[in-house]
Design a protein around this ligand. Sequence first.
Ligand code: CMP
Length: 224
Amino acid sequence: MADILMSAPLFVALNDDAAIALRASMVEVTFAKGGVIFSEGDGGDRLYVVLEGKVKLGVSSSDGRENLLSVQGPGEMFGELSLFDPGPRTATATALTDCRLFGLGHEDLKEWLTGRPELAQSLLQALAQRLRRANEAMGDLVFADVPGRVAKALLDLSVRFGVQRGDGVHVTHDLTQEELAQLVGASRETVNKALADFASRGWILLEPRGVTILDVDKLNRRGA
Ligand code: CMP
């Protein structure tokens, strides 16, 4: 657990003493699978680091359609935008699995940011990485077809949640097919068709809420 926390953007630049002090100002919270951590439009007063489990970040349109921005796993952070740009939460955070999080009040974080420029720098880096990813996802929505986007999403999930096994990379993403479609920004039918096609070619093995990637190279080429 300590390692997971230390790898989070908040902690990565701090020495041991500072990390212990920062850890002491954080509060541990748990959510059961399906629990809403906060909703889009809420006032935001804290950010979270995932210790265990997965959290999905989603937005919905006025006609009720859902889009997933991201799935956050151990060591990843969310809920910081409403600190840097005070305003309502930009997405709804929901526990995809039972999860354990560390929360840090924005006011507490502000004090740390004033005293520790290295912490501000690593948070800026995390924000910049998020912007890069968002730009790439936007480009893919315009330039890539649905199977290409599905291939990329599976590879991204495999980098973050995959475990190498004898037959390939086993990825427990904990997403339903509907949620996977929301992450890719396409209909469930089109995403299912792409998954079935990859499976019939022997590139992946479909499992409930997971997938084993048997041929990373082929999937990489399809997502390129
Ligand atoms: P905040 O707006 O406080 O609450 C919702 C959180 O979702 C936000 O902070 C970010 O941490 C996260 N978030 C918003 N947009 C994205 C995105 N495009 N990719 C990943 N995470 C995001």
